[in-house]
Design a protein around this ligand. Structure first.
Ligand SMILES: [Zn+2]
Length: 152
């Protein structure tokens, strides 16, 4: 699976990470299906309040609201525009998913929320305004597998 990250989204992520400093921030990814196994991040939500240094727990209600607004903007075309997954920053360590990250994502796709697959996008701001990122795809009934990140 390929995850396309457009310039506008990169800019927003970098800005949020810059202002968050060493605090983890995150939110949800809203995606556009652009081809077979190809998704572009169409929008993100950002929760700058409930992040902490070591762990990120998102405010479910805040993100549900953002997702509803996204569906309205995209004309409820759920096949093309839909929830894609979760993102958070790892300001102080590698962008690979931690044990708790993997468990949380597996619970999400194996749970009762009707999510069959979800991407976990982890990013980090490097010096000179560069962004380092990883993406992992979690599918119900399977584990997680590496996804290709493409900066557009
Ligand atoms: Zn993490």
């Amino acid at each position: 699976m390929h995850l396309l990250v457009p310039k506008s989204i990169q800019r927003r992520l970098k800005r949020h990470m810059f202002f968050a400093g060493r605090r983890e921030i995150g939110g949800i990814l809203m995606g556009e299906m652009v081809g077979d196994q190809r998704f572009r991040i169409a929008d993100i939500s950002v929760d700058t309040v409930s992040g902490s240094l070591a762990h990120f727990v998102r405010d479910a209600e805040h993100h549900e609201r953002e997702l509803r607004a996204f569906f309205e903007r995209t004309g409820a075309d759920y096949k093309r525009f839909n929830y894609l997954g979760e993102w958070h920053s790892h300001p102080s360590f590698e962008v690979t998913p931690s044990g708790p990250d993997i468990r949380a994502m597996r619970n999400l796709v194996e749970g009762t929320r009707g999510v069959d697959f979800a991407v976990l996008f982890i990013n980090r701001l490097k010096r000179v305004w560069q962004m380092e990122a990883s993406a992992t795809l979690f599918v119900r009934g399977y584990g997680g597998c590496h996804a290709e990140v493409e900066f557009e």
